[in-house]
Design a binder for this molecule. Structure first.
Ligand code: PRP
Length: 176
């Protein structure tokens, strides 16, 4: 069966670019004189990290981490497995976790706990899309691109069955 096609653009390419520039200005202001570690969460965060890092006029270190929940049926348990770890040490560093979307919050909460255990100077979070209505755990998102409704979204890193990560915009997909 062919994959469903994205129906409508939710966040256009130009809107993403404008918001990324604003987020970068806020991050650059907050981390002025520091050299934070941007921790991109694979795979979805790749386009966002790529754009955000190039918009930042401060020194940053960029690395990636990969997490996997134990599947839809058990995700509410909050168990998140680290599939690939960072190469850099974050002890005594400022850490900014960068992800494409926060949904239940379980992934970010678990990653935050994991990285906080490594004695960094700070851990903050930055997401492009916040499905605020879906939160199952309390996790502070320090920088939010857009708050979106509870619709299935693809593009700009987000996939449906491995497809559509390469779209330069965020689109809604009717998967029912
Ligand atoms: C997505 C997204 C976040 C997480 C958010 O990743 O990139 O990391 O889910 O969901 P949560 O707030 O409910 O934990 P996904 O597991 O789909 O992996 P991917 O980025 O490789 O597509």
């Amino acid at each position: 069966m062919p994959a469903p096609k994205p129906q409508r653009v939710l966040v256009a390419e130009a809107a993403i670019a404008a918001r990324v520039a604003e987020l970068a200005r806020a991050i650059a202001r907050d981390y002025a004189g520091e050299n934070p570690v941007l921790v991109g969460v694979l795979q979805g965060a790749v386009p966002f990290v790529a754009d955000l890092m190039r918009a930042l006029p401060i020194d940053v270190t960029v690395d990636f981490i990969r997490a996997s929940s134990y599947g839809a049926g058990t995700s509410s348990s909050g168990r998140v497995r680290l599939v690939a770890d960072l190469a850099v040490e974050v002890a005594d560093r400022h850490v900014l976790i960068v992800d494409d979307i926060v949904d239940t919050g379980l992934t970010l909460a678990a990653l935050k706990r994991t990285l906080e255990a490594r004695r960094p100077r700070s851990v903050r979070t930055c997401v492009l899309l916040d499905k605020a209505g879906r939160r199952e755990t309390d996790v502070t998102i320090d920088y939010v691109g857009f708050t979106i409704p509870n619709v299935f979204v693809v593009g700009y890193g987000l996939d449906y069955g491995g497809l559509y990560r390469n779209l330069p915009y965020v689109a809604a997909l009717d998967v029912t």
